[in-house]
Design a binder for this molecule. Structure first.
Ligand SMILES: Cc1cc2nc3c(=O)[nH]c(=O)nc-3n(C[C@H](O)[C@H](O)[C@H](O)COP(=O)(O)O)c2cc1C
Length: 172
């Protein structure tokens, strides 16, 4: 499944079954997080008009036009982390919350792949407009969107750094 996941930027207009979206959410619920803080809320946007408006927030400067085709967009809201995670983040100077979000989002995407769905993680969008459209409180962040649908993208060859560059054994 990991080898089959890719960023899909072309979608058919076939709607996504609610049960499949629900299954992606349930798998995401199981994601690990620092101190089990689970600092996220996944907002599924499948209402066509609202989805179109959210797509409008991400498609700009030639980027992310495909969001108009995707039948579903999921907005990931960064929630408060628990006290242990907050203290740990300060003492260890690590943004546990953002690490947690990344893991959960990948878990969502891998489950979607397993169900035959395509996804793309999206970081380039007008966060302020998305927050307004989804009634997210001003003091919260929406770090990522995920487009979701039946992919029409051809499977691409993965372009990655060589194994020797991205890993080593027993010393840096
Ligand atoms: C945090 C994050 C933000 C991203 N933002 C965008 C984006 O705004 N638009 C886009 O088309 N792809 C975006 N991507 C997808 C990456 O470009 C993609 O994962 C990378 O090129 C590797 O390709 P693959 O996912 O097909 O294996 C994002 C990925 C991540 C993890």
């Amino acid at each position: 499944m990991v080898k089959h996941r890719q960023s899909d930027r072309k979608y058919s207009d076939k709607p996504v079954e609610k049960e499949k979206i629900q299954q992606c959410i349930e798998t995401t619920q199981l994601a690990p997080s620092a101190n089990n803080s689970q600092p996220w809320k996944f907002v599924v946007v499948d209402n066509p008009e609202l989805k179109e408006q959210i797509a409008g927030c991400s498609a700009s400067l030639g980027m992310n036009k495909f969001t108009h085709e995707a039948p579903v967009i999921v907005a990931v809201v960064l929630e408060k982390q628990n006290i242990l995670s907050t203290v740990g983040s300060v003492i260890k100077n690590k943004e546990f919350r953002l690490l947690d979000i990344g893991i959960a989002v990948n878990q969502f995407c891998l489950q979607a792949t397993d169900l035959g769905l395509g996804t793309c993680i999206i970081g380039w969008f007008d966060e302020k407009k998305v927050k307004t459209l989804l009634h997210v409180a001003r003091n919260k962040r929406v770090p990522l969107l995920i487009s979701l649908g039946y992919s029409e993208s051809p499977t691409r060859k993965k372009i990655r750094k060589p194994i020797e560059e991205m890993s080593s054994w027993n010393r840096y």
